[in-house]
Design a protein around this ligand. Structure first.
Ligand code: MRU
Length: 348
């Protein structure tokens, strides 16, 4: 499996996704601050992956602590939670993971655990967060494989692969699941301007797996669908509101509208940790605004002239009406989403 993030000699090691596909470079984090910086600077990105990274960052922080008592350890732990929560606003998996770690920490404090025991508890929970994420991706991949035709041309946007999760992937998990089920799958990967997660990361992953991959510029997906060359769209998600509105990488909404116009099914693949039932609809999802330089420049080369304004939202919201189904580890949710998503989350 791809080495997205792992432990090595007491450090958290991540593949530097900014450098792919040209170079396989690894970044070593020794503190929660290092992990926060890695998330903020996109060394690691993708909703589930940043949740896993945050949980591991909290483990780093408590393990390195010299706190002499549990109150001091708690202060350091909660400070690290705040630091990590301030890194990126849209992907709810980040906050989900931090809240989960807080709950476990608080329960362990209440149970009277010593500092050493608390450190072990936090470490064990972050391992669970990571392992469960991989297992969830495999489970949703198997469910999603059922809606992929036997000979399928799949369009995906951004990177919702092993690199964006603890491993295996969500949208790419569905593609991997379909391939493992014996289906013939060819993938069109939107390049995904401006950070190019599709051209750089999705194509890198799929080519490594020997899956037929064609990179297209974002503006080409309409022509491709009109030519009848897309059977199904599968994308990931950063946050799904209670009514099924989906925030995902900027450009996803365009793909969804095009898919509807051409009668192509549009599926979203995400673990339930991406579902935010506290938000009634997508209008309340915080959308990250990113540095305009991502758009006006390509590396050091300037593309847009000085003086041009740049609008660079990292994500958009696709209204639920465009979504054919939301593929989770518990099965495929369909409209009415307010009911099916609550069921997937185990909420009565
Ligand atoms: O800005 P990014 O690269 O973190 O955005 C990633 C996406 O939008 C993914 O599609 C989403 O997080 C799902 S990842 C399984």
């Amino acid at each position: 499996m791809l080495p997205t993030i792992d432990w090595e000699d007491g450090a958290v090691v991540m593949i530097d996704q900014r450098k792919l596909p040209g170079r396989e470079v690894y970044v070593r984090c020794r503190t929660a601050k290092d992990v926060a910086k890695a998330i903020q600077t996109m060394v690691i990105r993708g909703a589930p992956a940043i949740g896993v990274a945050a949980a591991m960052g909290l483990t780093l922080e408590v393990r390195r602590s010299h706190a002499t008592g549990t109150t001091q350890l708690a202060t350091e732990f909660y400070r690290a939670c705040e630091l990590l929560a301030a890194t990126r606003p849209t992907a709810v998996n980040l906050f989900w993971a931090i809240e989960r770690m807080k709950r476990v920490f608080a329960a362990a404090m209440l149970a009277g655990q010593s500092t050493d025991e608390l450190k072990a508890t936090v470490g064990a929970e972050s391992t669970l967060v990571h392992d469960e994420d991989v297992a969830n991706c495999r489970a949703l991949g198997a469910h999603g494989a059922e809606v992929v035709p036997a000979d399928a041309r799949v369009l995906t946007h951004c990177n919702a692969g092993a690199l964006a999760t603890g491993g295996y992937g969500t949208a790419l998990g569905v593609i991997r699941g379909a391939v493992e089920a014996g289906k013939r799958v060819a993938v069109f990967a939107d390049e995904t301007r401006p950070f190019l997660q599709g051209a750089r990361l999705t194509a890198w992953e799929l080519v490594r797996d020997g899956i037929d991959t064609t990179v297209i510029a974002d503006g080409m997906s309409g022509a491709l669908m009109r030519a009848g060359r897309v059977d199904i769209v599968v994308v990931g998600a950063d946050r799904i509101a209670a009514n099924g509105d989906v925030a995902n990488k900027i450009g996803t909404y365009t793909v969804a509208v095009l898919a509807r116009a051409h009668g192509v099914p549009f599926y979203v693949a995400a673990p339930v940790s991406t579902i935010d039932l506290s938000l009634p609809d997508g209008s309340k999802i915080p959308i990250e605004e990113r540095d305009g330089k991502e758009l006006s420049h390509l590396g050091r080369a300037q593309l847009a002239p000085h003086g041009a304004h740049v609008w660079n939202p990292g994500f958009d919201v696709t209204p639920a009406e465009y979504v054919t189904g939301i593929i989770t580890e518990h099965g495929i949710c369909r409209a009415p989403f307010d009911k099916s998503l609550r069921e997937a989350c185990g909420v009565a």
